[in-house]
Design a protein around this ligand. Structure first.
Ligand SMILES: C[S@@+](CC[C@H](N)C(=O)[O-])C[C@H]1O[C@@H](n2cnc3c(N)ncnc32)[C@H](O)[C@@H]1O
Length: 222
């Protein structure tokens, strides 16, 4: 492929691997996405005790990640044993996500996990409107960073912020997600961020920097 350039950021191949280069990055220094065992350091059982695992609950078997981004959360849910539809609308992010999925399928250590995951390129508002019910819908839309961040965000978050910008239509996802979720909708937010769509959650789980807001699902259990 030819390198694609937007606002100084470049999406290009380096030795056959797709990478996202910040302005000034040399070839090979960009962000490429690989899912692996660093996502699940102590095995799948340990994930259930982490904030995302607690937020999803122990009964969930199926999920839609409606804001898949680089697929970290989708991969972790699949590692917990869930079948996951990962939906991403930004074409650059979707390209990185699709490559990470192909890489995980080809790697014997992640193959079984990656098989439980499907990647879809499109707008989750359209997909949720026609989706079959699932146990859990995860929403993690972009949220504007604090004006004076105490620490520089990780490279992946900086890249997402530059390439995607703000998800100003994120509020629309909540009502759609509630209609598709049989068990719950999980909304991942920075700890001090307001509630999505200004709707108070049924309950929350707080981590050091993050908060998971839970809304009871409205889809009849199948
Ligand atoms: C903060 S990132 C998600 C990070 C992700 N949880 C992870 O683990 O890598 C938010 C992503 O949601 C995507 N997004 C936002 N609204 C969307 C929509 N309506 N449909 C599909 N993707 C959407 C954005 O393009 C962005 O890549």
């Amino acid at each position: 492929m030819h390198p694609d350039i937007r606002n100084g950021w470049i999406l290009a191949l380096h030795h056959g691997v797709l990478e996202l280069r910040a302005p000034g990055d040399a070839s090979g220094q960009g962000l490429s996405v690989v899912w692996g065992h660093w996502n699940v350091p102590d095995g799948p059982a340990s994930l259930r005790g982490q904030p995302l695992g607690r937020a999803i609950g122990s009964r969930a078997r199926t999920a839609i990640d409606a804001t898949a981004g680089l697929g970290m959360d989708a991969f972790v849910m699949a590692a917990m044993g869930l079948s996951v539809r990962a939906i991403e609308r930004n074409d650059w992010v979707a390209a990185l996500l699709t490559q990470a999925h192909a890489h995980a399928l080809a790697d014997p250590t992640t193959h079984a996990i990656a098989q439980r995951l499907s990647v879809e390129v499109g707008d989750a508002r359209e997909r949720l409107a026609v989706a079959a019910p699932v146990d859990v819908v995860l929403l993690d839309p972009m949220f504007p960073p604090k004006r004076k961040p105490s620490a520089k965000p990780p490279k992946a978050m900086q890249a997402l912020a530059a390439v995607v910008g703000d998800d100003n239509d994120a509020d629309e996802l909540l009502a759609l997600a509630v209609r598709v979720a049989m068990d719950r909708v999980v909304v991942k937010r920075p700890r001090h961020a307001p509630h999505l769509a200004d709707v108070k959650p049924d309950w929350s789980v707080e981590g050091k920097l993050l908060r998971f807001d839970m809304y009871r699902g409205g889809a009849p259990a199948g």
